[in-house]
Design a protein around this ligand. Sequence first.
Ligand code: FEO
Ligand code: CA
Ligand code: CA
Ligand code: CA
Length: 592
Amino acid sequence: GAAAVAGPSSLTFPEIAHQLTPRDAVAEGYEIQTVIRWGDPVLPDAPAFDAQRQSAAAQAAQFGYNNDYVDFFPLPRGSRNATHGLLAVNHEYTDPQLMFPGLPEEGPAKANPSREQALTEMAAHGMSVVEIRRENGRWAPVQAGRLNRRITAETPMRISGPAAGHPRMRTSVDPSGREVLGTLNNCAGGNTPWGTVITCEENFNQYFGGAAATTGDQAAAYKRYGIVEKAGYGWGQHVARFDLAQEPNEPNRFGWVVEFDPYDPQSVPVKRTALGRFKHEGCTHAISADGRVVFYSGDDERFDYIYKFVTARPWNPNDAAANRDLLDEGTLYVARLHDDGRMEWLPLVHGQGPLTEANGFASQGDVLIETRRAADLLKATPMDRPEDVQANPVNGRVYAMLTNNTRRKPEQVDKANPRPTNAHGHVIEMIPPGAGTEKVDHAATEGRWEIFLIAGRPGVDAGAQYHQGTSAEGWLSCPDNCTFDSKGRIWISTDGAPGTSKVADGLYAADTAGPGRGLTRLFYQAPTGAEVCGPCFTPDDETVFLAIQHPGDDKGSHFAEPSTRWPDFDAATPPRPSIIAITRKGGGVVGA
Ligand code: FEO
Ligand code: CA
Ligand code: CA
Ligand code: CA
């Protein structure tokens, strides 16, 4: 229903109802536009999409699969143009049983690919940069935009920072330890004040396999990152570097954050090792009071940690060259959250505390390559799968989406992870000194934290905790990504609600201050099988872009009979991960 909205929330849209349907839905008064879909042309020579005959060559020039992080970089560079810009999008992973006709269900299709399938999947990974424009209210890609780019699992990249050149980063193909091909499993991301993309390598372990996973001299290190003998992806059957027997160090070259300039299609992406190696969900920045830049990042694994990196120097708004390698020097910290509401940021610095040669860390490079083990030794707080960690530019608080952790036992509960068998996740706020003032000290090594909400259905799922005015449609499950509008309201997208609650994933919004603080409301509902990623506003707040990832991936094998053929609903076309734009009918600010 579209009843007028009353109550304490500043958000004016009428909520939609929780449901689970092949078609998506948005609040009344808003409209959904499809901006770009898997297989749509990106580069000038890209062929038209042909779902029945996809190839590696076609895919390398087309929009990739399973879009996650979305960002909007206005054109021209440095402007706040809200109708023309570059869309930067991650392509996290592939679902071959939905991409190629005639394949069996997910496990075998992924683990035993043909050579052409493997190469096509590699080309469907990485990123797209696509020039888009809004005309007469409609968003569309600019045909063969001059700055368009595809980054794939084979794009040459540079490795920089303290782990670059380390013996454990060297391979037979790259004896320097400074050059690597591609980026993998890029989930969420972020950007920098100087206008570059930050894209994050998350579950990179799935691509590497072989007996060396359990028998080699790096077996313990592999294990801490989930690298096992039988890789989820069988690319190693065709491409040597994914086979641990042939390239035991190749996995050490993944699990990083990657920076590149979206405005220069020739720019070489750089893996910034100073920010640590783990399953980076995302990595978002805040500018500290003294001008140093702080990057927050979650390690998305059960019982893993929240990190931040503080640059050694302030950034320089007037000198692009001075910022170019700012991410190579600074301090990486991991979070410890105390039950009394205080928190500490513990430095991961070689030679300090337990991070010594005696414990197997001969250099800062070792600390970074094995960031997780270093953080274990520092006794960081094991969290319930940290996804997006993002600072609210209005109130200075930093929000962490803790998506779920069904393995937390009652004896492992603490105040920051307060629920055993946490199926629905929760959201915490970390509060740096000065939050709420003009001078927020994001670089500080101490702060406070609070619970923002505990997800699940209030009154039904144990421990669920919301604003008392939350409606029957306003509760959520499995928070994953988030963003903030210009008013400082939080927009949270979810991943996993169909499994926990039999409702679609969606996009929810809430005030973060005032009487409606924490009162979540359902704005958008995804089609069956899909999660919602990357909420991203244009600078005028009149458009919110969403990445709709893995539509139709709720059954085993379904090129032939998927649960949805969103967004085309064409009988010969499988569902297609796509970027959508949501705008207000007749124009205006989203959420108002
Ligand atoms: Fe790729 Fe943490 O979700
Ligand atoms: Ca995610
Ligand atoms: Ca996901
Ligand atoms: Ca997720």
